[in-house]
Design a protein around this ligand. Structure first.
Ligand code: PGA
Length: 264
């Protein structure tokens, strides 16, 4: 039986002080008592402060990215070991804003490789995170052009296979996968619940082929992309959707709390 999970991705928003105030407000609304896993993913710099607040509650802490090497001359990077020091339980990997063309930012083609995650680096990050006991939240999803070309399923299958190369089913313990259609992220254009369920079911089937059925049945699959308090319940009612990865609405205490309630 998979327990629901709701994760808030603050992206490059909120100072430590603003984040602390937000979490305090969420805890005030929730009475510090969640029946599901709630994860907050602040910026790296806000992690120590939010870690303090989370330690006093049942909220778990997540990071938004990491490097795959433990330590060394890698200027500007943060390793899974450094995350583990602050009791970071989860780490987002392969978000569409860190894959490919760095989200929707217009950058010259020649710089894409400098910023972006590829299937290979995503795979290295997953291995490093599992090794450190930090649970990856692996994001997959198609762009609008890929959807319109009828490539949704093949794109996602390739992302899953690329990310999980060389990882044994037994090592995938705890893995969370987030289906995030790129066209739904930050646009207010949520994926229809029935279609989100179809894709999440397809993802589960694919994980069954990559690993095995028992492993895939235990992997939590989230939906992400314009999840709001008024559409969360319909999405979370679907059998293959085990919760949400929430951007914008996770930064409004009342909205995020209502999304948590919908998952409960
Ligand atoms: P959104 O972002 O909820 O603001 O669409 C979701 C995400 O990027 O994970």
């Amino acid at each position: 039986m998979r327990s629901p999970l709701v994760a808030g991705n603050w992206k490059m928003n909120l100072t430590s002080a603003e984040g602390e105030a937000l979490v305090t407000e969420i805890l005030h609304l929730a009475g510090e008592n969640f029946k599901i896993d709630v994860v907050i993913c602040p910026s790296f710099l806000a992690i120590p402060k939010i870690a303090d607040v989370c330690r006093r509650s049942r909220i778990k802490l997540g990071a938004q990215n990491c490097f795959w090497v433990d330590k060394g001359a890698f200027t500007g990077q943060v390793s899974p070991t450094q995350l583990a020091e602050f009791h970071v339980d989860y780490c987002i990997v392969g978000h569409s804003e860190t894959r490919g063309k760095f989200g929707k930012l217009e950058i010259p083609e020649s710089t894409v490789g400098l910023f972006s995650e590829s299937d290979e680096t995503i795979n290295l990050k997953l291995k490093a995170l599992f090794y450190q006991g930090v649970t990856p939240i692996l994001c997959v999803g198609e762009t609008l052009a890929e959807r319109e070309a009828g490539q949704t399923d093949s794109v996602i299958e390739a992302q899953l296979r690329g990310a999980l190369v060389g990882i044994e089913p037994a090592e995938m313990y705890g893995l969370v996968v987030a289906y995030e259609p790129v066209w739904a992220i930050g646009t207010g254009q949520v994926c229809d619940a029935a279609e989100a369920e179809r894709v999440c079911g397809m993802i589960r089937g694919c994980l069954g082929q990559i690993a095995d059925d028992e492993t895939s049945e235990n992997i939590r699959i989230l939906y992400g992309g314009s999840v709001k308090s008024d559409n969360a319940a319909e999405l979370f009612r679907m059998p293959n959707i085990d919760g949400g990865l929430v951007g914008g609405a996770s930064m409004v205490a009342k909205d995020f709390y209502q999304i948590i309630v919908a998952a409960e």
